[in-house]
Write a protein that binds this ligand. Structure first.
Ligand SMILES: [Zn+2]
Length: 129
């Protein structure tokens, strides 16, 4: 049986209208939905409120996921850089070892090996700083 009479929302609210902030009172809006035998206006419909919470928490989770992804990207990029630095360090070491073994005492320095050795030393110095 459907009643045509206007039913008031059964939610208790604070801080609205003439009642001031600290007095809970019945919502004065017209009820539009019934939930478990109680009448609610659109704004206090528990199902709508719950849906709103879900939307908000979904947004929060999306934000967290995006932040986590950004963090992972940063970590990955940092790792890539560190990997390159490690390769550079090995190369510098190899060049200097080669220079020690084959070039230093042979007196056969040319501008190219000079340049390689200088770069290798520069790299090692920069890495230590
Ligand atoms: Zn209400």
């Amino acid at each position: 049986m459907k009643q045509e009479t206007t039913v008031q929302c059964s939610a208790e609210v604070c801080g609205e209208g003439q009642w001031g902030v600290f007095y809970p009172h019945r919502c004065s809006r017209k009820a539009t939905v019934e939930r478990e035998g109680k009448q609610y206006c659109k704004q206090h419909d528990p199902v709508a409120i719950e849906a709103g919470h879900k939307t908000r928490s979904a947004k929060r989770e999306a934000k967290w996921a995006a932040e986590e992804k950004a963090e992972k990207d940063t970590d990955r990029k940092q790792k890539e850089v560190m990997d390159k630095v490690a390769i550079g360090a090995e190369l510098a070491e190899a060049v200097l070892a080669w220079w020690d073994k084959h070039v230093r005492d042979s007196g056969q320095l040319d501008s190219l090996s000079d340049r390689m050795v200088a770069l290798a030393r520069e790299f090692q110095k920069a890495k230590e700083e």
